[in-house]
Design a protein around this ligand. Structure first.
Ligand code: XBP
Ligand code: MG
Length: 240
């Protein structure tokens, strides 16, 4: 699926793909922000697994409000405040160094770089969350910087809409056949496929049981993509 000689850039999703941010940081950050706001809602891991079907933290809060019998429109302003506080807590958790990159991420990006393949970021999380992950977990890995970064604020429609991937391709000025995507969720898979990209799925904590039929390959860890990329440098078949 990763094709040296053709592919110029591998586009990485962030949450769940580069790092297990959802359970380790977004979920506790949501619960801290809800408590701080004086709301009675607390989310368990099972609640959060279900709520994650909705991309976007604010959208997730609005959905929960509706499910709880509240009027989401009446709560939009206060929930926007809760969401902002959630991202502040998220940054604090990241600053404690508690959320490393997933196993194999560093080696994979370096192996790609060794073949002249750049990497980029296509996420529908907030830019501040990407910045926190980069600053507190990724920068120390000594990687080349991503050549494109698309975040939630850059798009009108979040995954599974293809807009974020289409925007990345437009900024790179590349047709889909010159790139591929690595995702962990069905929403991300659908977004990338609708933008015309081949997709590798790396299973993550909350999405491991989703349907990934349209993926070119499904692995448990990023490490499993590495030998296939390295093999291609030895002149073997250039396809993962
Ligand atoms: C990420 C999301 C985000 C995060 C929370 O989607 O859905 O909403 O869970 O971030 P993907 P925000 O991994 O598919 O890009 O609160 O900043 O939205
Ligand atoms: Mg994800």
């Amino acid at each position: 699926m990763i094709v040296p000689g053709r592919h110029r850039c591998v586009l990485f999703d962030v949450d769940g793909t580069i790092a297990e941010t959802e359970g380790h940081s977004h979920l506790p950050a949501f619960n801290r922000a809800l408590e701080e706001a004086g709301l009675p809602w607390r989310w368990s891991r099972d609640d959060y697994r279900r709520l994650l079907k909705t991309s976007g933290g604010l959208e997730r809060l609005l959905r929960f409000a509706q499910e709880s019998g509240s009027d989401p429109d009446a709560l939009r302003e206060s929930l926007a405040g809760v969401h902002k506080a959630k991202n502040r807590h998220f940054a604090e958790i990241l600053a404690s160094g508690a959320v490393p990159a997933r196993s194999g991420f560093r080696d994979l990006v370096l192996a790609l770089a060794g073949q002249g393949i750049a990497w980029g970021v296509v996420t529908t999380t907030s830019r501040s969350n990407w910045d926190a992950l980069w600053t507190h977990s990724l920068i120390r890995l000594g990687l080349p910087a991503p050549v494109v970064i698309v975040c939630g604020e850059d798009v009108a429609a979040k995954k599974p809409d293809p807009e974020a991937y289409e925007q990345a391709l437009a900024r790179l000025d590349l047709a889909p056949r010159y790139c591929c995507a690595i995702e962990d969720s069905r929403n991300g898979l659908v977004a990338a496929r609708l933008a015309g990209l081949e997709v590798a799925i790396v299973k993550s904590e909350f999405f491991a049981d989703e349907r990934f039929d349209e993926a070119a390959v499904v692995v448990d860890e990023l490490d499993q993509l590495l030998p296939l990329v390295v093999a291609t440098t030895k002149g073997e078949r250039a396809s993962v």
